[in-house]
Design a protein around this ligand. Structure first.
Ligand code: NAD
Length: 395
């Protein structure tokens, strides 16, 4: 049975964008929110999101047709009859568990229930749902109208039919679905761990300052933004709470240990762009000068090319890439997704110039393993290699 209508729970930042994409996919869509003011603005917000992409990502006619497909409902009961319901309510387990139990009671047993959670386990959200096999994750990125990636998350209980239906809806929304296992942070946010944490460790260890590390990542790594300007954009507090959630859910592995520097900055109210100051100062306009054109074929691990950026670049990028290779190896061992989906996740979810599997190949298992071995000797267990990288260390 194909999905013919979609319900969205929560009309906040994500809910309105998801509803807009469901309408773009041609689905009659109902959106629900307990806050009457938020619900009152939902149609306008979704219409504005559709209008913004019109003429670029989709046609004016598509946007117009989409606008006519959205309606609002005040209570959960109003979603009865929808074939797929995507929940985008606040990130609280108790709230989501109760919501899913209510949704299951209000809708027929055929309705597929999806959560847009970014950090909770989907199986935990389904714990109070009588038929957990119809529960899946559909993890959109912000804003859903611009970000292509959607992680379709499979719990041990999710049926193939529910997963396939969710995947088809993502395709009709003109987004790119990948399949992820119900594991901490799924694929994209997990593989982004070293991008943030290894950078913070290099900063703490005095390898270079934040401005230099960012410049090296941009010029030598081909990343659009360096880790510190990206953390400033996300918010140091938001990024730190994601880091803490990974650390706890992963059983406190050293490589996922949150940064003390970041915690101190959050404590001091330096939250990034939104507070005017984070790793950079935003109070007087631009936070950094434009990069020079050094004619480097990024991403590169070539010492000669990297030396043109900064004397420390030859240490910075190989360290980052070795840790990306390590996290990718752990993720592959845990089968959180296919290698192809891992690359798609980082290219579309974080705009990486090359996926993590590609980066692992660029540095090579032997070099990554040798670097991790040295770093582990000097700096400890944050550099403990994944089992599948061990043979490459030669012992
Ligand atoms: N914002 C992001 O960047 C982002 C990205 C990916 C995933 N997510 C996830 O999406 C979900 C929603 O995040 P958001 O940023 O849109 O939050 P938000 O605060 O903007 O919106 C949440 C909405 O849910 C409503 N709500 C509260 N209680 C509710 C209930 N019991 N039933 C229905 N609606 C209720 C609120 O009134 C609010 O309008 C969270 O799980 C979050 O982790 C967020």
């Amino acid at each position: 049975m194909g999905v013919k209508s979609v319900g969205v729970v929560g009309a906040g930042t994500m809910g309105c964008g998801i509803a807009a994409m469901a309408c773009l996919g041609g689905y009659p869509t109902r959106i629900q929110d307990p806050d009457a003011d938020v619900l009152g603005r939902a149609q306008e917000t979704a219409a504005a999101a559709l209008a913004k992409g019109a003429g670029r990502a989709w046609s004016e006619e598509d946007a117009e047709r989409g606008r006519g497909l959205l309606s609002t409902v005040a209570g959960i009961d109003g979603l009865a009859g929808c074939d797929l319901i995507i929940e985008a309510a606040p990130e609280r387990l108790d709230l989501k568990q109760a919501l899913f139990a209510d949704l299951a009671a209000a809708c027929g047993a055929e309705t597929i229930l999806a959560s847009n959670t970014s950090s909770l386990r989907v199986a935990d959200i389904a714990a109070r749902t009588p038929e957990p096999e119809r529960v899946v994750g559909m993890h959109f990125f912000n804003p859903p109208t611009r970000m292509q990636l959607v992680e379709v998350v499979a719990t041990d209980a999710s049926t193939p039919a529910a997963l396939e239906a969710a995947t088809e809806v993502v395709e009709r929304m003109r987004r790119t679905p990948i399949r992820a296992k119900d594991s901490p942070g799924f694929i994209a946010n997990r593989l982004a761990r070293p991008f943030f944490l290894e950078s913070l460790r290099m900063l703490a260890g005095g390898v270079a300052d934040a401005t230099t590390i960012d410049r090296v990542y941009r010029l030598g790594g081909g990343f659009r933004m360096g880790p510190f300007e990206l953390i400033d954009l996300i918010g140091l507090d938001v990024n730190l709470s994601v880091a803490r959630s990974f650390y706890e859910q992963g059983g406190r592995p050293e490589r996922w240990r949150p940064s003390a520097i970041q915690a101190e900055m959050v404590e001091a109210g330096r939250l990034g762009r939104k507070s005017g100051e984070g790793f950079y100062d935003y109070r007087e306009g631009r936070h950094r000068p434009d990069d020079p054109d050094l004619d480097i074929e990024a991403p590169s691990v070539d010492p000669g090319q990297l030396a043109r950026i900064d004397p420390a670049a030859g240490e910075i990028l190989p360290r980052l890439f070795a840790q990306i290779a390590n996290e990718t190896a752990f993720a592959r061992e845990e089968e959180v997704g296919t290698p192809a989906d891992m690359d798609t996740a980082m290219r579309l979810g974080f705009n990486w110039p090359l996926g993590p599997v590609g980066i692992s190949e660029l540095i090579g298992a032997g070099r990554a393993a040798a670097l991790l071995k040295d770093l582990r000797q000097d700096h400890g267990e944050a550099y403990a290699p994944a089992a599948s990288l061990l043979p490459a260390t030669g012992g």
